[in-house]
Write a protein that binds this ligand. Structure first.
Ligand code: G4P
Length: 539
């Protein structure tokens, strides 16, 4: 099969080859689309796993072996995200894992802030589903390049042309087929690499996708296709390719890198069909480490000093020590274990000992890392989400956005004497990004309402308040699920406070937020509230 072209040529600023070869991305999808399976196959192809099936098996056995958050053990679920690193054809790949199930939380969104691009995985029967749509929205706002992979093509799904149209409609961006499926008897046989005019034929192995699948590559000609597929398949494939050539979008790698064009791939993570051509193409096209905004400019990966930011804090891997791991995305420069940098918020030196990297759930110490990598630092409560860490001149990265919660509850404590402990716990956990705080009364000195992106965040909150702060707390749901930050003149704001089926709260920065029971109520408010601007994301 076609080997990926050589590593990207150095930029004019002579990007260090170690940085140029980094590729850092996340996979976004709806539960059940096959993210775990695809992740596993990427690790298999990257040589990080020898036989697929291991990630799932580990997940199942984990509550027996892990010392992570006790709640994880009880439930056997993954509350947190991790980073998997492997080498593939000269690239150093950092795959950021975003939990997508019930354990969906703000962390899932925040992980996208650390990524340079994303793979959007969709089920060939279902197209873009709810969770994918929400994650896609975050990617789109950040102009993150997206690569779409239609999964489960080993079984009957929607017509590929139909799917392409649906994706464009759903995503509001042009989609260009990089590879096109050759389907025979409703199952994937091969993919056509349209740019290189070759066809990759997959040979069914006997081990249900546990090992790499053999590929035979032929030119894209009638004769070559006819030697492998039935007459009707050949005719249909050429007809579809003709339609794509005539009416599809032109191939434009720059538009892909700018996040304005989505390349589309087809495959089956389960049988490995299409996975290798996809991975090769993806790594070639995916951007290397991208710049991050700072006030009045940006820090590029070629910046000589070490800079990075904390995008996630994972608490209590060892509850006895109130031990936390702060995940740092390196934006520029080189990191070596023991490096002393400055923590921007305090201006104090921060010595980074024994940082960690992760392969699935295994943690290993890291001696050296580069822009694009993610490292985990041990933290005793010094670090916060959004913190900048740097050597050389001070840098302040743009704030990591908060994401709209979908669950809101009033929080209270049975014993009023414990109220100060509750306030301390809430403040610290909010700083860590574990929960968002709101007030119903703008004059109140302490928040009394908590908001979370996923219900599980509340379970974690209650568990941690009780075990770390000694406060058994109680939550009562507000029954509201849609938040809109509001702006407008005084009259419009007054009208907003009088609307039915809504509740007015104030966020941690005292900005007014309207809560609604459903999307219908939001639409109604949008129609009826002249002069009022409703924003899905806070600025
Ligand atoms: P997720 O992490 O996105 O939730 O999805 P996961 O990989 O766990 O896959 C969800 C289900 O879809 C699994 O089936 C998995 O085997 C199946 N699946 C994943 N990729 C493909 C594919 O390419 N083709 C087909 N036909 N199925 C696929 P399950 O029965 O729920 O679990 P299991 O018993 O197979 O583990």
């Amino acid at each position: 099969m076609t080997a990926p072209s050589a590593l990207p040529s150095p930029t004019p600023r002579a990007l260090h080859p170690e940085i140029a070869r980094r590729r850092t991305f996340a996979i976004i999808s709806h539960p059940d689309a096959g993210k775990t399976t695809l992740t596993e196959k990427l690790l298999l192809y990257g040589g990080a796993l020898h036989l697929a099936g291991t990630v799932k098996a580990r997940r199942a056995e984990r509550h027996a072996t892990s010392d992570w958050l006790a709640l994880e053990k009880e439930r056997g679920i993954s509350v947190t995200t991790s980073v998997m690193q492997f080498d593939y054809h000269g690239f150093r790949v950092n795959l950021l894992d975003t939990p997508g199930h019930e354990d969906f939380s703000e962390d899932t969104y925040r992980t996208l802030v650390a990524a340079d691009c994303a793979i959007m995985l969709v089920d060939n029967r279902k197209g873009v589903e709810e969770r994918t749509r929400q994650l896609y929205e975050v990617c789109r706002r950040r102009r993150l390049p997206i690569f779409a992979f239609v999964n489960k093509c080993d079984r009957v799904g929607q017509e590929p042309l139909e799917l392409l149209g649906l994706l464009e409609q759903e995503l509001g961006l042009p989609v260009v087929a990089a590879m096109w499926p050759v389907m025979e008897n409703d199952t994937l046989h091969a993919v056509v690499d349209r740019r290189r005019s070759v066809v990759h034929w997959f040979q069914r192995g006997g081990d249900h996708g546990a090992s790499r699948v053999a590929i035979e590559t032929t030119p894209l000609t009638h004769e070559a296709l006819a030697a492998h597929a039935s007459r009707s398949t050949v005719d249909r494939t050429f007809e579809e390719l003709g339609l794509l050539d005539a009416a599809g979008h032109a191939w434009d790698p720059d538009a892909i890198t700018r996040g304005e064009l989505i390349p589309l791939y087809f495959g089956s993570a389960l049988t490995n069909f299409g996975v290798e051509p996809f991975l090769d193409d993806f790594l070639e096209l995916a951007p290397g480490p991208t710049p991050r905004p700072i006030a009045g400019g940006e820090i590029t990966p070629a910046h000589e000093e070490f800079t990075g930011f904390v995008f996630k804090i994972q608490a209590n891997m060892d509850p006895k020590h109130r031990d936390r791991i702060a995940f740092v995305r390196i934006v520029s420069g080189h990191f070596e274990a023991g490096l002393t940098a400055t923590l921007g918020r305090t201006g104090k030196p921060l010595r980074m000992n024994l940082p960690q990297q992760f392969l699935a759930q295994e943690r290993t110490h890291v001696d050296d890392a580069w822009a694009g990598d993610v490292i985990g630092l041990h933290d005793r409560g010094t670090l916060r989400i959004g913190d900048a860490i740097f050597t050389g001149k001070p840098v302040a990265f743009a704030d990591i956005p908060r994401f709209p919660p979908e669950h809101f509850s009033r929080i209270s404590v049975k014993d009023p004497l414990r109220r100060p402990h509750l306030d301390t716990g809430l403040r610290q956990l909010a700083e860590e990004g574990a929960v968002q705080l709101f007030k119903a009364d703008p004059q109140a000195s302490v928040p009394d309402i908590v908001g979370a992106v996923g219900q599980l965040q509340f379970d974690v909150l209650l568990h941690r308040l009780e075990h770390e702060y000694g406060v058994p707390a109680k939550l009562v749901s507000l029954g509201m699920s849609h938040a809109r930050w509001i702006e407008g003149d005084e009259k419009a704001l007054l009208r907003a406070t009088l609307m039915r089926d809504r509740q007015l709260l104030y966020d941690a920065k005292d900005r007014p937020v309207l809560l609604f029971t459903n999307s219908f109520a939001v639409r109604w408010a949008e129609r009826e509230s002249d002069g009022l601007v409703l924003k899905e994301f806070p600025d």
